[in-house]
Design a protein around this ligand. Structure first.
Ligand code: LLP
Length: 423
């Protein structure tokens, strides 16, 4: 069944019923309610191990913005991963998860003094400078070791909102300013450990990332000349590897993506006579995307026109804004009739008061009120970007494996949502 390729490693269909981690998806929906995101523990560990195997010498820091969650941060820490954090909230969560300072990478294009101070207190090994005035502000906050994020000018082939390496990006410093930032670190008493690039997210091929690595080699060599022999001890290549949400997307595997980048880096560094650096990788989506399956309950089924029949589920853009924001495509399957051939094309919509579309024209057997609908590859940037639009409480998440499910984030209650109002 082709949809199985998009689902977690432990997904199986028995007697027509989709199971994840040995638990029927519809049972998860009954027990924990919907919308729900079910994460497969085996897939999370397998993805983490794939990164560690492809880059045994590197620091792999989970890009925690993809799904900031205590259980996942702990699980990845067990697998030897660190965390990339970009706000006080993400930093605090990583600290509570026990991620050691030497595996913490702190980002942010507009860091507050409090964020810089907390990074220093947490003993974060690497703080990534993203603005010229951060040099002195980081030093004053007690930060010691820094990277400088530089914009390579390379345009990744991805949605414009998640492309970050081009000239004019709000992230990183243009090359001349990055050199200036490095120059100023010494006077400020900082250790300029190296450089950072991140060209974009949901990359479905390696070309732009490979070019960025080559560009970075030349830039590092130029820095050496400009800065009297300085060479980067650390090179952080960011995240970016995409996941497959629908059958016609074909991202490279973790192994392919990482080994191509590392080979390119080794060659570029040799070419410029630079000593091989410690590499940092910051994958987010590719660690958690395919591990997570979103489960919804079908409500209204409505024939809106000759061409369109809607299946409305009990969530929507409030728990997955990606189709609305980036034109992201997903597919869907009815959890208890997963092996039945689809008869008609249905458009999956939600409860939010907009013409939102979660999945456009997916072939399904006739959906009925009460069915559980599963959306594969929904583990990254869904719950993380969820909102209370239309005062919908945010969904819960569970971790499944070996026939058991454990709540890792409880559902928000309506009282919690309403409690922010002044009486
Ligand atoms: N490192 C840095 C500095 C980043 O800015 C990001 C993502 C990552 C690592 C992780 O990238 P990943 O491996 O997940 O591609 N909300 C958007 C994605 C925004 C990505 C932001 N930065 C989406 O839903 O597609």
């Amino acid at each position: 069944m082709p949809v199985l390729d998009l689902l977690p490693d432990s997904a199986a269909v028995e007697d027509g019923a989709l199971a994840i981690g040995g638990v029927r998806a519809s049972e998860l929906a009954d027990e924990f309610g919907t919308p729900l995101v079910a994460y497969c523990e085996a897939t999370l560990r397998a993805q983490a191990r794939a990164y560690r195997a492809a880059a045994p010498e590197a620091l792999v820091a989970y890009g925690s913005k993809a799904f900031p969650n205590l259980a996942l941060l702990r699980l990845f820490a067990e697998e030897g991963l660190g965390a990339d954090v970009s706000t006080l909230g993400e930093l605090e969560l990583a600290r509570r998860a026990g991620v050691p300072g030497e595996r913490l990478v702190v980002h942010g294009n507009n860091k507050s003094d409090e964020e810089l101070r907390t990074a220093a207190e947490a003993g974060a090994d690497l703080v990534v400078l993203d603005a010229l005035d951060e040099v002195e502000r980081a030093a004053a906050a007690g930060v010691r070791r820094v990277l400088v994020r530089v914009t390579s000018g390379i345009e990744a082939d991805t949605h414009e909102a998640i492309r970050t390496g081009h000239h004019g990006s709000k992230f990183g410093l243009p090359p001349e300013e990055a050199v200036e930032a490095l120059r100023r670190t010494a006077a400020a008493g900082l250790d300029p450990a190296g450089l950072h690039v991140h060209i974009g997210s949901q990359l479905l091929e390696t070309q732009a990332a490979r070019m960025a690595v080559e560009w970075l080699g030349a830039f590092a060599a130029a820095c050496r000349t400009e800065l009297g022999g300085w060479e980067p001890a650390v090179v952080d290549l960011g995240g970016g590897l995409g996941v497959r949400h629908v059958e016609d997307e074909e991202p490279p595997s973790v192994e392919e993506f990482v080994s191509e980048l590392l080979q390119r880096l080794e060659r570029a560094w040799d070419l410029h006579g630079l000593p091989q650096p410690l590499v940092v990788l910051e994958p987010g989506r590719s660690l958690v995307g395919r591990a997570g399956v979103a489960l919804y309950r079908v409500g209204a089924v409505k024939r809106a026109s000759e061409a369109t029949t809607y299946v409305a589920v009990d969530g929507g853009m409030s728990d997955n804004p990606r189709p609305q924001l980036y034109g992201a495509r997903y597919t869907a399957v009815l959890a208890d009739r997963a092996d039945e051939p689809g008869e008609h094309a249905y458009t999956v919509t939600g409860k939010n008061c907009e013409e939102e579309v979660l999945v456009r024209r997916v072939l399904l057997p006739e959906p009925r009120r009460g069915d559980v609908l599963a959306i594969p590859a929904a583990g990254a940037y869904t719950l993380a970007m969820s909102s209370n639009y239309n005062l919908l409480p945010r969904p819960a998440a569970v971790l499944v494996g070996d026939g058991e499910a454990r709540l890792i984030r409880r559902r928000e209650t309506l009282d919690e949502v309403l409690s922010l109002e002044s009486p």
